[in-house]
Ligand binder design. Sequence first.
Ligand code: EPZ
Length: 419
Amino acid sequence: MPARLVIEGGVRLRGHVEASAAKNAALPAMAASLLTAQSIVLDNVPRLADVVTMTSLLERLGAKITREADGATRLSVPSVTTPEAPYELVSTMRASVVVLGPLLARTGTARVALPGGCAIGVRPIDQHLKGLAKLGADIAIQNGYVEARASRLKGARITTDLVTVTGTENLMMAAALAEGVTVLENAAREPEVADLARLLTAMGARIEGAGTERIEIEGVAELGGARHRVIPDRIEAGTLLVAGAITGGDVTLTGVTPRHLQATLAKLEECGVSITVEGDRVRCLGPARPRPADVITSPFPGFPTDMQAQMMALLGRAEGLSKITETIFENRFMHAAELCRMGALIETDGPFAVIRGVEAYQGAPVMATDLRASASLVLAGLAARGTTEVSRVYHLDRGYEGLERKLQSLGARIERVKT
Ligand code: EPZ
């Protein structure tokens, strides 16, 4: 059902809110169920549209997925009924590509639709395919699908040309069942990669170095079941902190892992936000008006590209000139035009955006274009004078579990209206 969010801006958010489990850790963890005939149980899979899509995809491949009484999700793939990830599912969610490595490792064959582009960029998977070929797979591209075959994958030394999160995850899962040792150089260091390695290790995999740029995987003949708790979502957490900061509020996040948020916390402090960290809680006191700051996105532990749109919303209110350099994706400024409709003064040129802060946003009807862009529009709406209506909210529902309910619990005047 199409819906929009209607926001009455101007409320300083106050209170406590709990972070959900990380979308980008839950999705590869679910795909890991393909690697074994035994069950894996994930304690805290978030209720997200992308999780529904991944559930449909895995069930199509032969998985049995149930929600346990305690809210945990049990996944078991006694046998892979078809090794094909169809276009209609992969094209709605690029993360579907993380079934490629496990399918190939488990069955020796995989037919996965090329994900194609998305709003923020072309999003090729050449690094995934080059790595799988190094592991001994025969890779062909036929009619928009990747056809991969391998009687038995063999360990290899793989250096990716660039840092790729799902590429690292695909190769790590494929290598877990390969014969011999695989070394991934230039691996992604994102916490979600380390979380996946933690699950794979609990399933019997032998992995060293996950979370660093060099991961060593000693293949085993078989993997078993495991129970796993997914890490908190550092991007949702960052988004909620910006909600506190942009409204000059006082918001405490609970159930987060602060060390996964370092770059975001440092940038918020640079903007004059007062941050207090205590255990798994982070408190944010927003200034009356943020200070300007320059942002350059880069792979973890650098400033996350998934927080760039949210930061742009905050800097749009800053007292001065800020510059954002987006180094990861080639088209991730689409929120800028919508923020300008709310009175922001932003100019973009290729990977650069220059933001001249304004005192206040004006409420306006705006349109979401992708997951994090929709979050940035909600954030601007919270701080705007008047009413903001964010349409195409399905983008938001892909990656945020009940965002408007969490914001309402902090005092925000935000309602979901079915259109
Ligand atoms: C993951 O996407 C995340 N998604 C993205 O989050 C995140 O923005 C991105 O990593 C970067 O941190 C999931 O984990 C499900 P990449 P991924 O491979 O793995 C290029 C969100 O908002 N590249 O690290 O697809 C690619 O085009 C989403 O939650 C190649 O050229 O990103 C991009 O420019 C959005 N060839 C850059 O590398 C390849 O084979 C980084 O991509 C692979 C990637």
